[in-house]
Write a protein that binds this ligand. Structure first.
Ligand SMILES: Cc1ncc(COP(=O)(O)O)c(C=O)c1O
Length: 358
């Protein structure tokens, strides 16, 4: 079979070294005489995995002691119920909506809390909301946002300088691809299946002062989930195992700095090429907020998007069709997209465009 170059928006490509480790562990996990698939969540082996993930996250993100790490189930979508169920009813929750995922979250939040304020961004003037002086978020106690809108290809990485001190961020499609600090954040979550592993586990970071006492049922009780160190009930042990392998791999590669540089370099090359060919291609996202994780663009001429996706598929490049709700092309540049893979894509892309113009 020909090589496959997987640029999918998620579940996404895993590093080959991780897949090789998984393959071995499925037959024999260390010297346990068991498969990793059979490991108990109450075993020493699983404790070791959880401890290693904890250490790896601290190494990758340099969090202070007041940030708790939780590994949960239900994907990012479950967070749309968990978060509002764990906010004091007297608090006002804001939703800064910059795309599809943030909008879905705001709809779910509004079903649970009465006091939700939705601030729908004008996508042509995102800068307006991100200035230090912007006061439009001021009457909200917590503000939810999506750092990377995976479908539209809109990314806001400079949330640390926003005029709000208690952000709740959905980082499902960009956690691990750039540095940030937790100073003005309260809670962060990300489904693992883009940069951090496979479906089944959601990575959550909760600051101490975000956790309140509630009498919620157990799996909706964030405080209880935090205290139980991700083993309140049977967790997704295999997905957590893969997450550990991915965080080990990230550290071996050079940590978040490495992936930050890689995504800047790769995304710049592809956006520059799109802009240089504006007679056939267009990217409608405000330049400053173009995603370094998901490059979304269109061919100007009808029918060309599909032809491009089909031609790519013929040589093994897969996963580049735009989301069904918006169409077009989406090339995802997650952490596992290495230099060789990226070069292969760019060579194909450049040839395709030059043949179109001839
Ligand atoms: C930014 C973002 N948020 C939320 C989701 C939904 O994630 P899940 O399928 O884990 O619920 C996705 C899925 O692609 C996403 O990209």
């Amino acid at each position: 079979m020909n090589n496959i170059y997987n640029f999918s928006p998620g579940p996404s490509k895993l590093p080959q070294s991780v897949i090789d480790r998984v393959e071995n562990s499925i037959n024999h996990y260390k010297n346990t005489g068991k498969s990793i698939l059979e490991i108990s969540h109450r075993s020493n082996e699983f404790d070791e995995i959880l401890n290693e993930i904890n250490d790896n996250f601290l190494n990758l993100f340099n969090f202070s002691n007041d940030v708790n790490i939780l590994l949960l189930q239900g994907g990012a979508t479950f967070q749309n119920s968990l978060i509002p169920m764990n906010i004091d009813e007297r608090c006002k929750l804001g939703c800064f909506v910059t795309g599809t995922w943030g909008k879905k979250t705001s709809e779910d939040f509004s079903k649970i809390l009465n006091n939700v304020e939705i601030i729908e961004a004008n996508k042509n003037d995102l800068e307006h909301y991100l200035q230090k002086e912007y006061t439009g978020f001021q009457n909200t106690d917590y503000l939810h946002m999506t750092s990377n809108e995976t479908i539209e290809g809109i990314q806001i990485q400079d949330f640390n300088s926003m005029n709000h001190g208690n952000l709740i961020i959905d980082m499902s499609s960009d956690l691990g691809s750039y540095n940030f600090n937790f100073d003005n954040l309260s809670y962060v979550y990300a489904g693992a299946q883009k940069n951090m592993g496979i479906p089944g586990v959601t990575i959550c970071f909760a600051k101490d002062d975000f956790l309140i006492e509630t009498d919620n049922p157990k799996y909706l009780n964030l405080n209880l989930l935090t205290k139980s160190n991700s083993v309140l009930n049977t967790p997704p042990t295999f997905s957590i195992y893969v997450l550990n392998l991915v965080t080990n791999w990230m550290l071996e590669m050079g940590g978040v700095d490495y992936f930050q540089n890689k995504s800047i370099k790769q995304s710049k090359e592809i956006y520059d090429f799109i802009d240089e060919n504006s007679n056939v291609l267009s990217c409608n996202v405000d330049k400053k907020y173009r995603s370094k994780s998901n490059v979304v663009f269109n061919f100007l001429k009808d029918g060309q998007n599909k032809k491009f996706v089909d031609a790519a598929k013929d040589i093994g490049i897969i996963g580049i069709n735009g989301h069904r709700s918006v169409g077009g092309i989406r090339v995802s540049l997650f952490n596992s997209v290495d230099e060789d893979m990226f070069k292969f894509f760019m060579k194909f892309f450049k040839n395709y465009i030059s043949e179109l113009s001839n």
